[in-house]
Structure formats: C-alpha cells, structure tokens
Design a protein around this ligand. Structure first.
Ligand code: COA
Length: 333
C-alpha cells in the first residue's frame, strides 16, 4: 500500500485583518412601526434598536462582501492572490447554486481560491472562523477569507411584527492566517435541531410553487422561546469557550455577542458575571440584527471607536436558526 503524506500547516492561526460594509440607508424605527402596529418606544425597550441599515438595490450580497473583504485584505497587508480559500456565511444569497463565494473570490482577484458558502444562520461567522483556523493549522489553506454577509431585507416580511423591526443588512470579513502565537481559541459549537422551527423560512419552496401563490417564503421567528434560550443557554457556552481557551474573566477584555437583542446581551453579561471592566459590543442599537454579519460588524466598530485594541482578548459568540451556535476566544487584530 502506498504511503500518503499527511497535511501539515502553521503552528497557530490568528485573525490578521478585519473589514466591514454597512449599507448607506439608515432606517429609524419611525419608518417601520406603522406596518407592524408598533412604536419607537416598544422597539427600543424590547430590543434596544433605534435604527437599522437596509441595503439599496446596488448593495448586493456580493457587492457588500467584496467591499468588506478589500478592507480586511488591506489591513492584513495581503494581496488577494495570497488568499487560497474563501468561506461565506450567509442565508440570503438568493441562488441555490452556485455559491456566492466563487463569484466573490473571482471579483477580488484570487487565483482560483477554494470557495464555498456555509449555512449556519446567525452563528455562521463564528463557524467560519473555527473552520478557517483549522484549515490554516492543518495546512489545507494558508490564508482564508471568512465573510459573514446578509441582505435579510430580501427575505423579510415588512408586515410581520416579530421580525420586521429586528433584522438588517451588512457584511463583515476577516482574513485568517498563520501566527507565531495562538490567536484563535478552541471553538465550542453545537446545535439543537429539536428547535428547528423557532426561526425558519416559513415554507419549503416546493410547497410555495405547488400552491400557485408565488410569494416569497419569508423569515419567521418565535421570538420569546428564542429569547429565553439565548439568554441562558448561551452564557454557559460563552463560559465554556473561555475555559477551553484557558482565559479567565480577569483576562478577558472584550465581549462580542451576536447582536440579536440588547436585552439578550445584558442577560448574558449578567449570567457570565462579566467584570465591569470588560467592554461589551452594542452595535445593534443603530445597525439592527444582521445575522452572520453581526459579530464582525460589532467587533470592527469597537476597534474603530477605541473600545477594542490590537492584542486584546475577545470572546465571540453567535447563535440563531437551527438552533445553531458557536463561540471562541480570539486575539483582536
Ligand atoms: N410591536 C408592539 N408590540 C408587539 C410587537 C411589536 N413589534 N410584537 C409583539 N408585541 C406585543 C405582543 O402582542 C404582546 O402583547 P400582549 O402582552 O398584549 O399579548 C407583547 O408585545 C409581548 O410579546 P412577546 O412576543 O412576548 O414579546 P417579547 O418580550 O418576547 O419581545 C422580541 C419580542 C422579538 C423582541 C423578543 O422575543 C426577542 O428579541 N427575541 C429574540 C430575537 C432574537 O434574538 N433573534 C435572534 C435570532 S438570530
């Protein structure tokens, strides 16, 4: 039997650069309340959202991804030809196939990088970071571009009280590559498919077509059980990610939870007993919940505003439809 060589990669992986794209259109609560019989006060009190960003016609999944990626590449000091794998986390690329990652890799000018999409909803970016770290350490790729991107307004029912005010659009990208020291801790991830129906596309496309009523099968969510699950179960997952990384609460600088709801963020911080000193991402207030894009958007903003600095230790945690979740500790680029 022929002997095979085993792949070998870098000793460690790290995020080398981060970039984001926020749609230009700012949509205040006042613009969404009428269709859902709500109020600015109710939305702010229940979710912490004051306004959100919604994409215009030109701000496609591909366009936003490429814009965010160019910034991430520049900050990482890399040329697109040095990227050998592109992973795109999204649920709002509207073609079943091919993956939008291939078009993004081509537009960026990679040299035929491996490129594929992953579907892990709001947890997608943290799944992508975990995979990229493993690819780099195993030698499957040297530099991986991980993108979290959503244009949720394409699948949003603007008359649905449970979702219309929450979800939004945007993109975040991270370049993951080799490092002398550990920059991405072990992932803690999982799923609870028993709760498959809590956040989902309302109908199967085949049922929509069979019904003859060609209406987009929108996103639907049972907010209250999701809220309870996220507030309690996810704090434990965050603690496990800290433990697995060997990082104590005293060593943690920054907490970047998925921007689902400000009250979920507060409940998690309380459950985890985060010290006052730990800076917490609160991007949702004027960005809304951008699903796979929310963690990189929130972290990038903290860096831009001086709340996170290079070398800081940050806990990332994301959760959503599936229900799927993933968390890891990273070193801020
Ligand atoms: N505007 C005004 N009132 C609304 C409303 C809206 N958009 N939606 C619901 N209500 C009303 C309900 O009718 C209900 O009224 P009642 O008490 O008179 O019966 C009341 O508000 C409470 O409804 P409920 O659904 O229990 O609200 P909630 O406190 O759970 O808040 C969410 C709703 C959606 C903000 C909250 O459940 C949530 O954030 N869930 C998690 C969302 C999330 O994290 N998603 C991320 C997945 S990625």
């Amino acid at each position: 039997m022929a002997g095979l060589t085993s792949p070998t990669g870098a000793p460690h992986a790290a995020i080398l650069g981060l970039g984001t794209y926020r749609p230009t259109r700012v949509v205040p609560n006042a613009e969404v309340v009428e269709a859902i019989d709500s109020s600015d006060e109710w939305i702010q009190q229940r979710s912490g959202i004051k306004s959100r960003r919604w994409a215009g016609p030109e701000e496609s999944v591909q366009m936003m991804s490429v814009a965010a990626s160019r910034i991430a590449l520049e900050r990482a000091g890399l040329d697109p030809r040095q990227i050998d794998c592109v992973v795109v986390a999204t649920v709002s690329h509207m073609l079943q196939t091919p993956a939008v990652a291939t078009a993004i890799a081509h537009e960026l000018g990679t040299e035929q990088a491996a490129a594929f999409d992953i579907s892990a909803a709001c947890a997608g970016f943290c799944h992508g970071i975990a995979m990229a770290s493993d690819f780099v350490r195993a030698g499957s790729a040297r530099h991986v571009l991980v993108i979290g991107v959503e244009r949720l307004t394409d699948i949003l029912d603007l008359n649905d009280r449970g979702t219309a005010f929450i979800f939004a659009d945007g993109a975040g990208a991270a370049v993951v590559g080799p490092s002398e020291t550990p920059g991405i801790g072990p992932v803690v991830w999982g799923s609870d498919g028993e709760q498959f129906d809590l956040i989902r596309q309302r109908e199967d496309w085949r049922d929509v077509i069979a019904s003859g009523d060609l209406v987009m099968p929108h996103l639907t969510m049972q907010g209250n059980p999701v809220f309870r699950w996220a507030s309690f179960a996810m704090a434990k997952v965050g603690q496990q990610a800290l433990d697995r990384a060997g990082v104590t609460l005293d060593e943690l600088d920054v907490f970047v939870p998925h921007q689902a709801n400000m009250r979920i963020t507060d409940a998690m911080a309380r459950s985890m007993k985060l010290p006052e000193r730990v800076r917490i991402a609160r991007d949702i207030a004027d960005q809304g919940n951008t699903s796979a894009a929310s963690v990189p958007l929130a972290l990038d903003r903290m860096i831009a505003e001086g709340d996170a600095k290079s070398g800081d230790t940050a806990l990332l945690i994301a959760f959503g439809a599936g229900l799927a979740y993933a968390a890891q500790v990273v070193v801020v680029p």
